[in-house]
Design a protein around this ligand. Structure first.
Ligand code: CA
Length: 271
């Protein structure tokens, strides 16, 4: 991966005020084939992300100006890139606050470089078919040429569409729409919704969904903690809120107490 020419490498941004940690994270990402930009403050980080359009952002919480949660809120108004919070605070509350603000994953400091690398690899393992990042996975030419903004709404007759009521999930374009309006989902929220829709009403356990949020088979990191499961609950709560705000059905995703979640099958012609 690291042999890719600079111009073809995916961008990553490291927002971290501690020089040693910043250099460590940079090294991990560069070894992973990323073109890395850095920022030592929150405001600078927001600017750099807007300029670089990264695939992945690593974000410290304790920053000298605005904190990582505020950075996350600002980023989430303009980007759906993967955001991994690297935090020295191991409290469940801190972790959940980060996830509620739109983080896809968190790693508690101190961390092993291998763990960070594994988590980033796992997140990216799911194919991204958007033309901005063609090297993530070879995209079919039709999709690469078309782009995410081409056409309005899902393509009729395509077998990549999953439907339930007024909700349509397009596996290929990685979009979800409610009555034609696109839901502003993070990558992790999309992955979870896609998995539940694909399961067609079958229950998915929290443990299974943790693995989905990590990007499928998560080699070397199979342990699922209680905090990981709580993270899934937060992502699902965020999904429900977004469904509710977009004229979707907030009760679509049902909690199966003590087990996990499932999608309630709805008629295709809503209301
Ligand atoms: Ca810090």
């Amino acid at each position: 991966m690291s042999s890719l020419p600079a111009g073809e490498r995916r961008a990553a941004v490291v927002i971290e005020d501690d020089l040693d940690i910043r250099n460590l994270v940079c090294a991990v990402l560069e070894q992973g084939g990323f073109q890395v930009s850095v920022a030592a403050t929150g405001r600078e980080g927001v600017d750099v992300v807007r300029q670089q359009h990264p695939v992945v952002v690593t974000l410290d919480i304790g920053l000298p100006d605005i904190d990582g949660y505020e950075v996350l809120r600002r980023l989430r108004s303009t980007t759906d890139c993967y955001v991994i919070v690297l935090s020295g605070r191991a409290d469940e509350t801190d972790i959940l606050t980060a996830l509620q603000a739109g983080a896809d994953d968190y790693v508690v400091k101190p961390f092993r470089p291998r763990e960070l690398r594994a988590r980033i690899d796992a997140m990216l393992r799911r194919p991204r078919l958007l033309p901005a990042h063609p090297q993530a996975q070879p995209a079919p030419p039709a999709v690469a040429a078309q782009g995410p903004s081409a056409g309005s709404g899902p393509r009729e007759g395509s077998d990549t569409l999953l439907r339930n009521g007024n909700l349509v999930v397009d596996s290929e374009a990685r979009t979800a729409t409610c009555s034609g309006a696109e839901l502003p989902l993070t990558k992790t929220e999309f992955n979870l919704l896609h998995e539940l829709m694909r399961s067609n009403g079958a229950v998915r356990t929290k443990e299974e969904l943790v693995r989905v949020s990590r990007g499928g088979d998560y080699r070397g990191y199979n342990f699922v903690s209680r905090t990981d499961e709580r993270a899934i609950e937060v992502h699902i709560a965020n999904l429900r809120q977004k469904l509710a705000r977009s004229e979707g059905d907030p009760d679509l995703i049902t909690t199966v107490r003590g087990v996990g979640f499932r999608i309630m099958p709805r008629r295709s012609a809503p209301r």
